[in-house]
Design a protein around this ligand. Structure first.
Ligand SMILES: [Zn+2]
Length: 119
C-alpha cells in the first residue's frame, strides 16, 4: 500500500486505493484543515460559490431574525420575565450608584480643622 505525507500535519498516512489524490490524513483536525483550504480556494476562484455563501448567510440571518421576532410574540411570558429581570438589574445598578455616592459624601466632608475656622 502506498503512503503519503499529510498536507496539514506532515505525518505519513496510508493512501486508500479509492482516493489516490488524497492529500490529508484522516485526523479530524486535518480533515477540517482540508475543508478550510478547499473553501478558501473556492472563495478565491468561484464567484458563484461566493455568491451562494453570501446568500446562504443572508438567508440564515433573515430566518433567525424571524425566529426571535416570532418567539417573542408567541411567548409573551418570556418577554415579561425578561422585563422583570431587567428591572431587577436596574434596581441593583441604582443601589451600586447610591453606595458610591455614600463613599463620595464621606470623602468630601470638610476636615475638622477647617470647619473650626467658621466657628
Ligand atoms: Zn494530518
Amino acid at each position: 500500500m502506498e503512503t503519503k505525507r499529510c498536507a496539514a500535519c506532515g505525518q505519513e498516512f496510508q493512501l486508500k486505493s479509492h482516493s489516490p489524490r488524497q492529500a490529508y490524513c484522516s485526523e479530524p483536525a486535518c480533515q477540517r484543515a482540508r475543508k478550510r483550504r478547499w473553501q478558501k480556494e473556492k472563495l478565491q476562484t468561484d464567484p458563484d460559490y461566493v455568491d451562494n455563501q453570501a446568500r446562504a448567510q443572508q438567508a440564515w440571518c433573515d430566518r433567525h431574525a424571524d425566529y426571535w421576532r416570532n418567539y417573542r410574540s408567541e411567548h409573551p411570558d418570556y418577554v415579561d420575565l425578561n422585563r422583570e429581570k431587567q428591572h431587577d438589574r436596574n434596581a441593583w445598578n441604582r443601589s451600586k450608584v447610591i453606595a458610591k455616592m455614600d463613599v463620595l459624601t464621606v470623602e468630601i466632608r470638610v476636615p475638622s480643622h477647617l470647619s473650626k475656622l467658621h466657628r
